[in-house]
Design a protein around this ligand. Structure first.
Ligand code: DQA
Length: 149
């Protein structure tokens, strides 16, 4: 019998749509479209079913998490600026009880004080921060491990 692939949702928070143009010394020159292409390729290799979602709006991210209930096995999330402010995204992850991995392109602990606090980290399985877009690839590999152990 064919086994169903683990279902992964990658959520990109605000301004990540501007990757490749935005503060390239911090976030690199890979465009947002290219990043999603790379993720798709990597997910195929890892035999994961992948959906990606980007929004600049907190409410839309909360809605997306809510509607993932029963449809998604693991969420990889870069909440971007909402990392440091959003009780709503934190509560949504707790509400649906879908395991999550928090990802950041930059090392949030090496930057301004306000970025050192994440409202998401302690509700996620783990956090990958500071490895550029490779942070996402590592999160996909970790997701595969978590879901097939
Ligand atoms: C970020 C770090 C956040 O502090 C920032 O607001 C972002 C991107 C990162 O991926 O490094 O938008 O999440």
């Amino acid at each position: 019998m064919k086994k169903n692939k683990p279902r992964i949702l990658v959520i990109h928070g605000p301004n990540l749509n501007l990757l490749g143009k935005r503060e390239t010394s911090l976030y690199g020159s890979t465009t947002f479209a290219k990043l999603n292409q790379l993720l798709k390729k990597e997910a195929e290799k890892l035999k994961l079913s992948l959906q990606t979602f980007q929004s600049n709006s907190e409410g839309q991210i909360v809605n997306k998490i809510n509607s993932s209930l029963g449809k998604i096995d693991l969420i990889i999330i870069n909440p971007a600026a909402y990392t440091h402010t959003s009780v709503a995204i934190r509560d949504a992850l707790l509400a649906v009880e879908i395991p999550s991995i928090e990802v950041h392109i930059s090392n949030i602990f090496k930057r301004e004080e306000f970025r050192k606090q994440s409202l998401i980290s302690d509700v996620a399985i783990g956090i990958i921060s500071g490895l550029g877009i490779h942070s996402y690839i590592l999160a996909l590999e970790a997701a595969r491990k978590v879901l097939t152990k």
